[in-house]
Design a protein around this ligand. Structure first.
Ligand SMILES: C[S@@+](CC[C@H](N)C(=O)[O-])C[C@H]1O[C@@H](n2cnc3c(N)ncnc32)[C@H](O)[C@@H]1O
Length: 960
């Protein structure tokens, strides 16, 4: 039970409030955000410094608990016999030791490969482990063979910094703030490249919340291995795909919320998702359980001893998932299975299913942090059904009459429940109690709950009521106006609110908020490895918790980013401004005019407190802190990070630093990377264009002789679904021509692949384009994980400058992460994205502005460009002072949406209407650039792809 004293009365609280009052002007609303001043995190390098990044680490192996065989079969192949015998040996040894029978050093059983299979510290745990061998458990295909798994250990690079306060400051001052304020508003310590290269992951920086693109397994491993975050996380909320309809549960488009199960049109075209879903679910439920177990194991590594994990799941797999969590966390650490209502009613031929479930496990149930939640009692409803008596103003007590409700009670009537004064079990002696000239006895087999002296005190407090021969305690509603939340949440249904959702599989914020509030305090760290539209991040931000959220797909991250950037929250007063939320929120006891308790502290008067003349207990309602209505709270600074794949071969090099010829090893690395890319291209020969159109490549091979080109192929125009005979006919014609190319339907094209660990450079494009032009290819495809803005520009202008058309093709980073290319119709690895067309203008007043004219997308099949209008993109961002590395979002635009509406309303007095018009359109608000002399524009397309261009300030077009 979480009982607290009145924090608001503390001296710190008074001081803090006084400080705030002096800091904030009284007249208008102020926008501010929480800062986690007492927390820090290791420095992660900015994107763009990959070439200098040297601290590579080998993959990490995680082992399961090997003792879990389905039965005590003593079958050699399962290994349990060996383990059993070894444990029996340790039990015999430990039994000879004096109590508590512990070994001086932990005893280990190692496998043939040297890996530890089991560890025993003494008699007690050896017996437990032996017992575990015969415990029944869930088995699935592939489980027995998988005793451990490897996870690549990847560094995280910071790609983007966002801060609503920084955007508001830019809009007000028309310029991005100076370096010092930069640090403050964006939380960017601005380390030099040298410093980032030398001290990444060593130096500690101020904490900012984090959104990370990558597979949850790799990212959680990076947090453990690079950042030492083992045991640091207070709560993890996982809402994995439910694993029901294996092609569903994700959303391919930023602005299209409806997903039809297993409709290939709607199946993800999101390259990252291809891996997460196709590979993972290859064996259906079997793979799904493996997927979950691996991630749960990593989640457990991250949790503090008092931490909790919540796993949201539907009824289809609830039973299996529970068994998997039992295995990883231990049955005894299950805290609750929460049932929550997700919908009002569903048509079904049989009984309607309206609930989903949350499995709550603690790292260690005995030590779990728990803040009890309450809801306000409503007489007659669940938790307050017995409050059906009233005491009228003149002191008369009676049962409520039929039809009488809270709404139509006599004026000043007090509601109460006649509470039993007896407890189970007969008393040793006869204990009559005389009151109002009548003698009362506890009922048969009962005894008075308090002593006779206590009963006297209750009588003196006018709290006794006789109903027939039974004596009752008058327990007013206001004695304890709340009731604890149970594991059944029926008030959470979404019916009617579906249109408010950002994401097709979004969880209701209230559901996650309860989990956050029950198991964390302000300032604690919450992680969601299944970000989706960022509900966990959103409620963590709302409640002053630190957060890290991870998703493998760009679409949900784009949605989450918009949601957080434009959100407004109440400002909950802080006990200690200098510590930030970690110092706690202020709670007060308050009553409204009707005398109802409306503060964050409520009384808990009990029979015993009156009988013993004790001051009543109090409960803290953690979800009702004091609010400062003058301050509009916005999301604090956060950053977007991503895993950068570590080249597998570089790992090899690192493992063998003495390699005689490092140069040769490097060439080999490049060579094998090119071979891998070629193989991937052959197996997935489709380039994806916007509008679900594809360009098909044939005859993919290495060029006979080349300086920089890495592949060549023929390209044919095959719109999706086009009659295959056309392509066949073209192939036949080609064959008939003895290999000479049919210039009409198929054209020879050349390819280069960007580096494995960085962005495509301008030089690479230049050299490849010259060679491709000289060798009469009709087109150059530049395939990369990322591309430097100048290189991107050169790709666009290659025809004018070098004489050959070029197209940039974005490749999904996770092609590096394993064996990907199993057959699946929607596996699409390569996508052709547009290039933003922007105009940078110098206005007559000396300020600058940028207009997003549109997106140009080149179709290599028809050799034509199509143009998408600027206001037809889901989002675009402007960095008014781009430093060539991390993108700082100084202005964020969500065209033709009301995304900024909440802030606009809240800050009406402070910002002109036109400011908000800019943020919903294609022309930026005017700005003055700072020192870098360059701006950058990033456009998020419908599939969450990020397309970036830069412009030099000196090249701005002058307007009259
Ligand atoms: C059911 S949704 C979560 C929805 C979220 N609770 C919300 O309120 O929006 C599951 C999310 O997990 C992500 N996901 C699935 N597998 C993943 C993986 N291996 N790593 C990271 N994210 C993954 C999907 O992209 C999807 O956005």
């Amino acid at each position: 039970m979480y009982r607290k004293h009145n924090l608001a009365d503390s001296e710190e609280a008074q001081d803090a409030m006084a400080t705030r009052r002096t800091l904030r002007p009284a007249q208008s609303q102020v926008a501010d955000s929480y800062e986690h001043k007492t927390a820090d995190s290791p420095m992660r390098p900015d994107v763009g410094t990959q070439a200098q990044f040297k601290k590579r680490k080998p993959p990490k192996t995680y082992s399961y608990d090997t003792s879990l065989d389905p039965a005590l079969s003593w079958d050699e192949s399962s290994g349990s016999r060996g383990l059993g015998e070894w444990l029996l040996g340790r039990i015999t040894d430990a039994a000879r030791l004096p109590a508590p029978h512990r070994f001086a050093e932990p005893q280990r059983l190692t496998g043939a490969d040297g890996k530890t299979l089991a560890t025993v510290i003494g008699l007690e745990d050896a017996v437990e482990q032996l017992k575990a061998i015969e415990r029944p458990f869930l088995n699935w295909a592939g489980k027995a063979e998988r005793l451990s798994f490897d996870v690549p250990t990847l560094p995280l690079f910071i790609h983007e910094r966002l801060s609503t306060k920084a955007i508001l400051a830019t809009l007000k001052g028309h310029k991005r703030e100076g370096v010092d304020l930069q640090i403050d508003l964006f939380g960017d310590p601005r380390h030099s490249i040298v410093e980032q290269s030398l001290r990444a992951y060593e130096h500690r920086d101020r904490w900012v919340n984090r959104m990370i693109l990558g597979d949850s397994l790799a990212v959680m491993n990076s947090l453990v291995e690079y950042e030492g975050m083992r045991g640091q996380v207070q709560m993890i909320y996982m809402d994995p795909p439910y694993g029901v309809k294996f092609g569903s549960n994700f959303q391919p488009f930023v602005r299209k919320r409806d997903v039809t199960h297993n409709d290939d049109e709607d199946m993800t075209r999101e390259p990252e998702m291809v891996q997460a879903y196709r590979d993972t679910w290859e064996l259906g439920l079997h793979s799904y359980l493996t997927y979950l177990r691996d991630r749960l194991l990593l989640a457990r590594e991250l949790l503090t001893p008092s931490g909790s994990v919540f796993v949201q799941i539907s009824d289809e797999n609830l039973h299996h998932v529970r068994e998997v969590i039992d295995e990883v966390f231990g049955q005894s650490n299950c805290c609750a299975v929460i049932t929550f209502k997700k919908t009002g009613g569903q048509s079904s031929t049989l009984i309607s299913g309206v609930c989903d479930y949350i499995l709550w496990y603690a790292r260690d149930r005995e030590r779990a942090k728990y803040r009890e939640l309450f809801f306000v009692k409503k007489p007659g409803e669940e938790g307050a059904k017995q409050y059906n008596w009233i005491e009228t103003e003149d002191g008369f007590r009676r049962a409520m009459s039929p039809g009488e409700t809270v709404e139509n009670l006599p004026d000043k009537a007090r509601i109460f429940q006649p509470y039993p004064l007896v407890s189970m079990g007969s008393s040793a002696k006869d204990t009559p109690f005389v009151w109002s000239e009548k003698t009362f006895y506890p009922s048969p087999n009962r005894h008075w709950s308090v002593t006779n002296v206590g009963l006297e005190k209750i009588a003196a407090a006018s709290r006794l009521l006789a109903i027939g021969n039974t004596l009752r305690f008058v327990n007013y509603l206001e004695d304890y106006p709340v009731t604890p939340l149970t594991n059944l949440w029926t008030d959470t249904q979404t019916s009617g609110f579906a249109s408010d959702k950002f994401y097709v599989v979004q969880t209701l914020p209230e559901v996650i908020a309860r989990c956050v509030l029950m198991t964390t305090d302000p300032g604690d760290l919450v992680i969601d490895p299944t970000c989706g539209s960022g509900t966990t991040a959103y409620v963590s931000e709302q409640w002053g918790r630190r957060w890290i959220t991870i998703d493998t797909s760009r679409v949900p991250l784009a949605l989450a980013r918009q949601r957080l950037l434009t959100a407004t929250f109440s400002w909950y007063e802080l006990v200690d401004e200098n510590r930030g939320p970690a110092g706690g929120f202020v709670y007060k006891r308050k009553q409204n005019k009707k005398g109802e308790e409306v503060g964050g502290i409520v009384p808990h008067v009990t029979l015993k407190s009156i009988a013993n003349n004790e001051p009543p207990d109090e409960e803290i309602l953690v979800d009702r802190p004091e609010e400062d209505k003058k301050t509009v709270r916005v999301t604090g600074a956060f950053c977007v990070e991503a895993t950068i794949p570590t080249a597998a071969d570089l790992e090899g090099m690192n493992a063998n630093p003495e390699a005689e010829n490092v140069q040769a090893a490097h060439e080999e690395t490049t060579e094998s990377f090119t071979d891998r890319m070629l193989e991937i291209l052959r197996r997935s020969p489709l380039l994806r264009l916007p509008g679900n159109r594809n360009v098909e490549l044939t005859n993919i091979r290495k060029p006979a002789k080349s300086l920089s080109l890495q592949a060549e192929a023929l390209v044919a125009a095959t719109a999706e679904g086009q009659d295959a005979t056309i392509a066949d006919a073209a192939d036949e014609a080609l064959e008939a021509s003895g290999g000479l190319l049919d210039g009409l339907t198929k054209r020879p094209v050349a390819f280069i692949f960007g580096p494995e660990n960085g962005a495509v450079s301008e030089r690479l494009v230049y050299e490849a384009a010259r060679e491709a032009c000289a060798k009469n290819y009709t087109h150059l495809y530049v395939i990369g994980f990322a591309i430097h803005p100048n290189a991107r520009q050169l790709v666009e202008n290659a025809e004018q400058m070098i004489g050959i058309r070029a197209t940039y093709v974005q490749m999904t980073p996770d092609v590096l992460m394993g064996d990907l290319l199993k057959n699946m119709r929607s596996s699409q690895i390569f996508s052709v994205c547009g290039l933003p067309e922007v105009e940078l203008r110098l206005r007559a007043d000396g300020k600058y502005e940028v207009e997003l004219m549109g997106l140009d997308v080149f179709d290599p099949a028809t050799m034509e460009s199509s143009h998408e209008k600027g206001d037809d993109v889901p989002a675009w961002f402007l960095d008014t002072d781009y430093n060539g590395l991390c993108f700082h979002v100084s202005q964020a635009f969500f065209p033709r949406t009301s995304a900024w509406e909440g802030l606009k309303k809240a800050l009406k007095a402070d910002y002109e209407e036109t400011v908000w018009d800019h943020l919903a359109g294609t022309v930026s608000a005017p700005f003055e650039p700072n020192g870098q002399g360059e701006i950058a524009v990033k456009v998020i397309d419908d599939r969450g792809n990020e397309l970036m261009v830069t412009r030099k300030i000196r090249e701005a077009k002058k307007t009259a």
